[in-house]
Every structure is written in C-alpha cells, then in structure tokens.
Design a protein. Structure first.
Ligand SMILES: Cc1cc2nc3c(=O)[nH]c(=O)nc-3n(C[C@H](O)[C@H](O)[C@H](O)COP(=O)(O)OP(=O)(O)OC[C@H]3O[C@@H](n4cnc5c(N)ncnc54)[C@H](O)[C@@H]3O)c2cc1C
Length: 426
C-alpha cells in the first residue's frame, strides 16, 4: 500500500466512531513505557518536535534496566541500580496515562484501558513487551524464589539467584531454556557460565563429572544447561566460544514440571515427547514467554500473537497508522534492548514521514546484540543482523572473550541506557 493510500485509509477512519479530539485523544499514543516506549517517546518529542502531542500508556510506576539482571544474579551488580521510578524516565513533554490497555480497536483508531476509557489516536506505537507465562511449567509459580529454584527473569527474583549460587555446596546445578521466543536469547547461558566460573573459583567445580549426553546425569557435581535447541548460539561465529565452555549441555529438552520440595525437575524431549526426571541442588529457570493476551487476541496480531509489522519499516501490515517495535513485535530478530536501540530511530523517522505524507524510507536491518558473559570479567560481544551476518562495532574480532567488553556491559551500557537511549539520543 502506498503512503497516499495509507493516508486516505486513516482519514476515512476519522469518523464518528473515533473519540473526538480532547483529553482522550492524542496525535501519537504509545502503549508501554518500557525500553521501547520511552525511547520512542523521547525521540518523538526532542528538539523541534517537542510540541508533538504524545501520550504513553503505562501502568507500572517502576522502570527496569533488565540487561543487568544477569549480573545481579551473578552477584556482580546491585539490584536497586536496575530500577528507577517511571516518572523519572518519562519525557517531560509527554502525557503519561498510568493505566493498562486491555483492547485495541484499530478500525476506530482507539485503545481501551482497564477502566473502560477509550483513548483515541492518529498514530499508534505498540511497545508493550512480552509476557512471562509462569503457569506453563507445572509447579514453577509455587516454587520460584524457594527451594533453590531461581530466575533472573524478574526484578523480584534476580537477587535470589545470587543467593543460590553463593550457597551452592556441590551437587547438580541446572540452567534451563524454554521453547519459543524469549527476551535476550543468550541470558539463560550467561548465568550458567557465571555460576560455572564461581563454582570453579570456589573449588566445587573440580569434583564435577562433565561429559556429553544424559549418561553423566548419575553422579558428580556439575552444572548443566538444558535447552530445546541444537546449538547454544545460532550465529556460528559466536556459538563456538560458547560451546568451548565446559558445561554439560543437554539439547532438545525443555522443562515441563518442577517438584520443588523433592528437588526434582521433569524435562520433555521436544522430538518424541519422552520425559525424564533430574534431581537438582539448584536450578535457574528461564520461564516460558510469549505475546501478552491483550495483543494476541487483537486485530493487530499475527498467527502467533505478536504485533504484525513489516520487518523493515516497522509499520503494521494491515493498519498503516500503527507501528510496533521491541519484544511485542513479530520482527524476526532476537528480542533485546540493543535491537530496540536500532529499531526506534527507524520507527520515528517512518512515523514522521507518514505524518508529513512522504514515503517511508527508513529501513531496519534486524540488528541485535548479545553481550555473552562467558565468565567473571569476560564478555563476547555478539552483534548481527536478520541473516546472522556479524555487524560488529569494534575493529577487532568480537567472538573473542574480552575484559574490555565486560567493562562495556557492566559500566558503559547502563550509562548509555539511562542517559542516552531513554533521553532520545540514538
Ligand atoms: C534477564 C534478562 C537479561 C537481558 N539481557 C539483555 C542484554 O544483555 N542486552 C539487551 O539488549 N537486552 C537484554 N534483555 C532484553 C531487554 O531487556 C528487552 O528486550 C527490552 O527491555 C525490550 O523492551 P520493550 O520495551 O519491548 O519491553 P519492556 O522493556 O519489557 O517494556 C514493556 C512495557 O510495557 C508495559 N505494559 C505491559 N502490559 C501493558 C499494558 N497492558 N498496557 C500498557 N503497558 C503495558 C510494561 O509495564 C513495560 O513497562 C534482557 C532481559 C532479561 C529479562
């Protein structure tokens, strides 16, 4: 569809169904005030554009820097430093509606919030992140944060991961990865490698009986990473260093049940459905994740429930005045804040072009990045595009573990996040 046709379609929708301009109507409505929503809001209201009428609908009064939760779980970062009040990151010129969206009505250019109010828009940006489905693993909700079952995938539990690692006295430590898309595909491995390194330094790891395959489950003290894939990292260049780390990896299995009190985990073979039970002494769970229900059941969703956008322009494929980015979108790249950093300026440029009646020329190439923490003080900085081609920032081989990249991950990236990205500086 051409931009002209798109504009006509939008204008055609400016009918009696749409909430009339007023307090419940904004030029741009952004759903979600997380990494993507705040970055876009800040860029949209910067400089000459600071009179653009932008509203962010966000129910939470806390904003998180989630990438540091890996380091929190490894005891290398302060939990409190990963959280700031939402009010502190909300751009000054933006209207903050502190409530949740429950429904999209894109044919009427409005969203409905939990209190039943319709908020109308000329342009919509969906940036509501993904949802963690704790219920999809039987017994997980009941045992997470207890029984040495931990996860870095929430602010409330990342601190407990470090407690489990610190108190581990030997035995079996399991690190899981679920089927399907997750935030930061490398995070389940990173915490495994940090724990592994910690156990080695503490002298526990050398009791280990490490090998390949289920034959070694019987005894010894080891860390084991269970994931449903056949390789720890799908981009070959960065998979090699990960494979060289001596943790036992059980491919093709995912966690389906935890019996916390008995310290038993049940895994299912993704190919033949066979189940096996493993005893554990500590377990880090990466929970199943997916699109939030209010998106999945909306007209904006694709067949899998993610917001259906063009992978280059980030414009919705059926509703031209709708855009999406970040974890809630169906962009076929790994779901990271780093990807959002490159998506946001493309979205903002195309949105402004649409507003001005110009063609959408900005293109997103699928860039994403994963600072793969391989041990304390060492990081492999993976950066690649939609096709898995490396898109590296530095003039050296980034597949090598480096101390400088650890410094980047631990010290520089958080500063760039709070003071650069969230302020609208690309
Ligand atoms: C353990 C861990 C490690 C990670 N490591 C890295 C890393 O090393 N590098 C990296 O780049 N990325 C990493 N990430 C991923 C990164 O944090 C996410 O990809 C990024 O936050 C996505 O931004 P988003 O805005 O799409 O979602 P979020 O930042 O999650 O924001 C979504 C927002 O939408 C709001 N929302 C939800 N429902 C509604 C509703 N109904 N109405 C309105 N608002 C709603 C939420 O409250 C939230 O504020 C990691 C994540 C985790 C959990």
């Amino acid at each position: 569809m051409s931009t002209r046709e798109a504009d006509l379609r939008i204008n055609a929708r400016a009918d009696a169904d749409r909430p009339t301009p007023g307090p419940n109507h904004h030029t741009v409505v952004i759903v979600g005030g997380g990494t993507a929503g705040i970055t876009v809001a800040a860029q949209l209201t910067r400089g000459l554009w600071n009179n653009t009428d932008v509203a962010v609908i966000e129910p939470s009064d806390r904003h998180f820097y989630q990438p540091a939760w890996t380091l929190v779980g490894g005891g290398a970062y302060r939990l409190e430093a990963t959280c700031r009040p939402e009010a502190a990151v909300m751009p000054a010129k933006v209207t903050w509606l502190k409530k949740a969206v429950t429904e999209f009505q894109p044919d009427h250019s409005c969203v409905v919030t939990a209190d039943g109010v319709k908020v109308g828009y000329d342009y919509l940006v969906v940036a509501a992140g993904l949802k963690i489905y704790w219920d999809k693993v039987a017994g997980l909700k009941e045992t997470i944060g207890r029984n040495n079952v931990c996860t870095n995938y929430s602010y409330d539990t990342a601190g407990y991961t470090w407690k489990c690692i610190r108190n581990f006295q030997g035995g079996t430590a399991i690190f899981t990865q679920p089927k399907g898309a997750i935030k930061c595909g490398g995070a389940p491995q990173k915490i495994c490698y940090l724990a592994e390194d910690y156990f080695r330094r503490k002298g526990i790891r050398n009791k280990a009986a490490c090998g390949a395959g289920p034959a070694t489950f019987g005894g010894g003290s080891f860390s084991c990473h269970c994931c449903p894939w056949q390789s720890p990292f799908w981009v070959a260049k960065y998979g090699r260093p990960a494979l060289s780390i001596a943790v036992e990896t059980i491919f093709g299995h995912h966690l389906v049940e935890i019996r916390g009190d008995a310290r038993e985990a049940v895994f299912e073979n993704v190919n033949n459905g066979e189940r096996m039970v493993m005893q554990f002494d500590m377990m880090h769970v990466t929970p199943p994740q997916g699109p939030p229900e209010f998106i999945a059941r909306s007209p904006l969703a694709d067949a899998h429930g993610w917001v259906d956008v063009d992978k280059y322009t980030l414009q919705h494929v059926r509703y031209p005045n709708v855009f999406a980015l970040g974890d809630c979108s169906n962009l076929p790249t790994s779901k990271t804040g780093a990807a959002v950093r490159k998506q946001a300026p493309v979205l903002v440029k195309n949105l402004r072009s649409l507003m001005a009646g110009r063609p959408l020329t900005a293109r997103y190439n699928g860039y994403t990045s994963c600072p793969l923490v391989t041990r304390y003080g060492r990081v492999v900085l993976a950066e690649f595009d939609y096709e898995g081609n490396p898109l590296e920032t530095f003039p050296f081989d980034q597949a090598k573990e480096r101390w400088t990249m650890w410094l980047l991950k631990k010290y520089l990236l958080p500063v760039l996040y709070w003071h650069g990205m969230l302020k609208g500086r690309a």
